[in-house]
Structure formats: C-alpha cells, structure tokens
Design a protein around this ligand. Sequence first.
Ligand SMILES: O=C(O)CCC(=O)C(=O)O
Ligand SMILES: [Fe+2]
Length: 330
Amino acid sequence: MTVATLPIIDFGPYLDPAASAEQRQAVSRALDKACREHGFFYLVNHGVPQELCDRVRAQGHQFFQLPEEEKRKHQVAGGFRGYKHFSDNIIKERRNLNEAIVFYPPVNGYSNGIAPDVDPDSPSARLPTTPDILGGQMSWPSDEFRAVTEEYRDHILRLGDRVLSAIAAGLGIGDSFRNWMLNPTWSIRFNGYPNLTGDDVEKSGGISLIEHADFGCITILNQDPESDSLQVLHQNGEWHGVQPIPGAFVVNIGQLLNLWTCGRYTETLHRVIHRAEQPRVSIAIFIDPRFDAVIEPLSELAPPDGCPIAYTPKTFGSHFLEQIQTYFGA
Ligand SMILES: O=C(O)CCC(=O)C(=O)O
Ligand SMILES: [Fe+2]
C-alpha cells in the first residue's frame, strides 16, 4: 500500500512565548495549506506530554482486553454513549469490525457542562429532540480510566483551541470564529481493533472501520505507534496508509470546516483496516462548536456571489444530533 505523504506541522512556535510573529505565521500558512490540500496532517511539538498520551492508550488496551460481559456493563441505554460491541457498532447502517467506548459531555442539561453562560431556560439550552438520545450517565470503566482520560481531554481541548486559533490566523479571520468554539462540544472515542481473521474478512469485506468523514470541526487522534492501519483517500481515488510518527498526533478536519470556509477546506474520507496480530487502540477526540452556535458559512470568507455550498442555518446542537443519528443510529 502506498504511504500517505501528509504534511508534518511543527506547532512549537504557537506554544513558545519566545517565538516571533513570523514563526507563528509560518505555522498558520502551513496549516492552511495542509487543510486545503489534504484535510489531514501530523502535529508535532504539540506540548501534550508523551507519557500521558501513552497512559491513556494503555487504559484503552486494558479495557478492550476485559471479558465481553465486563465491557457490556458499560453499555448505556440509548446506544450512543458507552461501550459498543462489534455487533452493535454500526456506521451508516454498515457493521464495523471494531469496538468502541464513547464519552460525550452531559448534554442533557445543557447548562450542566457545555455552556455555563447560556441561560438554562432559553430554547437553545435544551437539546432539540426528545427523548434525549444522549441521555444517561457516562459509564467510566474505573476511577483511574476516568482520571487519565479527563486529564488527557483537558490537554487536548487546550491544544485544539490553539490549533483552531492558528487555523483562523491562516485564514486571515482573526479570532472571529472563536466565540463558537468557547466551551466546545467534545466527544471522546476509544477505538479498539482486534486483528481481522479470515472469517471476518469474508463477512465484512475486511474493513475494521468503514470509510467516513468526520462531521464536526477538528479531530485529534492518538494512535498506537506500531500500525499503519488508518488509511486516507487520496485525490487520485487510491487509499493510502497513514504511517504513525511516534509522538505525533494525526489531526483531520471535518465537514463543518468545509462549510465555514465556503469550501476552501475539504474533509477527507478515511477508514481503518487492521490486519496486524497485536490489537490496536486509537483515541479520537472530536472538537466541535458550542451547541447554540449557528452553523453557516463565515461571512468574511464567502465569495461576493455567495457560498457555493448548499446549507440551511441551524444550531450545532441540532446538527450534532442529526449527524450522530445518521452515523450511528441503528
Ligand atoms: O482509528 C483510527 O485511526 C481512526 C478513527 C476514526 O476515524 C474515528 O474515530 O472517527
Ligand atoms: Fe474518523
């Protein structure tokens, strides 16, 4: 398989107070080029301690190695939060050959965790559907799992905020979309990939995680360094393997950035085929706007004759619920 040649972005200048404005601009220009041309990039010198990145993946490995009945204790009614066994792990009505444990913020009380400054009685403070498909508590496998994951999430959210600021600078829009990203909606997905056996390959066509584009803003992926099981679709129609770079995150943009930027940036289809004998773990953190952000093209970026992308303005909250139902609904 051809190896993908994704850009490597050295984020150091954005974290180093001594870096010059020119050094930061160079990072923003590189990000802009990466988002236009690939929708995917490696991020190095990102400031998240390597030891923590390894520890959170180790928690994932430990969890996925538990007996099935233990893992199933973390299924949460509604089917979106919590553990998903292979047999329930559906994307767009196709079965995946991976398992996952997924955490979302406590969106049921919008005032309880996502946007503390939003009036809890306002319409946007409530989820737009009932029953709340994201209801239910998080089901943490252990206190340690929770502590490590929350510590890791906080680092990733800070990093994500900085990466988005750097992307905004590259687009020349200053911080005008920062407001939407204050108190962002986050999702954490631990993906567990056993190696595919001959039988699975026959049944499923051999895809561990079927091709998809992420629907939100950006995704920061922490993956085992040993495997090149992630693949991205190249413009020429071929799948290219993403070789992990030790210590680097793989970052990709989602469909929302395509809309916000009026098509300057494009999300890229990706999938996973894991054939290596060792099980693989990846942790994707999806960073999305606050629930009451209205998602529509950024006026600063719209061409004079209007944005070429069809859209209906709506809140991110309703978009999010629609999307997770489309992707993961049974
Ligand atoms: O496991 C991976 O490498 C990719 C995961 C992914 O694409 C996702 O969770 O959306
Ligand atoms: Fe993805």
